[in-house]
Design a protein around this ligand. Sequence first.
Ligand SMILES: C[S@@+](CC[C@H](N)C(=O)[O-])C[C@H]1O[C@@H](n2cnc3c(N)ncnc32)[C@H](O)[C@@H]1O
Length: 325
Amino acid sequence: MCINDEIFKLYPPSWLYVRRTLKEIILAAEKDGEEVSDGLYELHAIYLLPPQDGSSELASKCYKTFTYTVPPKSRSYLACQTDSKKFLEEDEQLVTLRVSSNMLEGGTGCSTWPAGLLLSEFVLSHPELFFGKNCLEVGAGTGMVGVLLARIGTGKIMLTDGSLATLANLKNNLSINNVEVEEAQQANSDLNTHSSTRVECRQLTWETLFDKERNLDCNVILGADLIYDPLNIPPLVNLLASLLPVGRPIRTNGLEQNVYEYPVAFIASAIRNPDTLVYFVETVRKAGLKMAEVGETMRPAICLTGISDLDRSTILIHKIQAWKD
Ligand SMILES: C[S@@+](CC[C@H](N)C(=O)[O-])C[C@H]1O[C@@H](n2cnc3c(N)ncnc32)[C@H](O)[C@@H]1O
């Protein structure tokens, strides 16, 4: 933790997080017999008191800054894609997110979730699946995946969530990370109109799909940590069953062929209750979609650094497609 870092000053983590981290550092140093500087003790003493600006140490909004590296294979791929040069400028890169430290404010979408972090690593590990594609994220939450898609250089990116509070926070996070967002369109406007800006945020509630949303122009659908509540599963699967069979003719040299490309969904899920996962798998199969876990060779590389508490082994990524063989 670099307390004098500009990022830290602009986007501070929660007071309690800093206090705990300083304590851990001091305890670890003392245990190893290292000399702890007076400055560190003094800083810890400051964080033992409530914040001086009068805000609560349990302030509901704070910032999390993630560092990540782009795996060498992804770098080589992206180096050939002119749009993505910026993505490769620095070895270690940052994503800063405003999050809620209190689930009651802003809903689940204002926190980061393990499956969202693993899906972020999947995007960084497999840019070839997303580059130049129109991507739709459902239940986009804090926008971590959206920021990375924008940096990779996908086609159009549509970030959606059912919660308006989450969407407001998501837009703020895109702005923090210099991702330009297209102004919100009217709820009943045509989602397939082309515009110069690539990133759009809009409310999309799985239970209330409009006809236009059944025909979204997307190549890839992404989602993370969406299947924690069994009640959410039928509407989510219904959404996938509406969008995945919508094929688009493949164009070569600007000419349409009689060959169609169908969208693919990548859904990352942390396994908390195995019955909920079984129910999800059954519902997907009953909807006539095919579903498989991404194979070992496709498992993401470890790209996010400094998050030792992320247990990647408990998170699955499923690839879901319409039966079109
Ligand atoms: C556990 S959070 C995961 C957020 C993000 N994908 C991540 O991994 O960090 C679940 C997200 O799904 C959204 N969500 C839940 N039910 C929904 C529904 N029926 N329609 C649309 N969005 C929904 C929530 O608002 C929330 O943002």
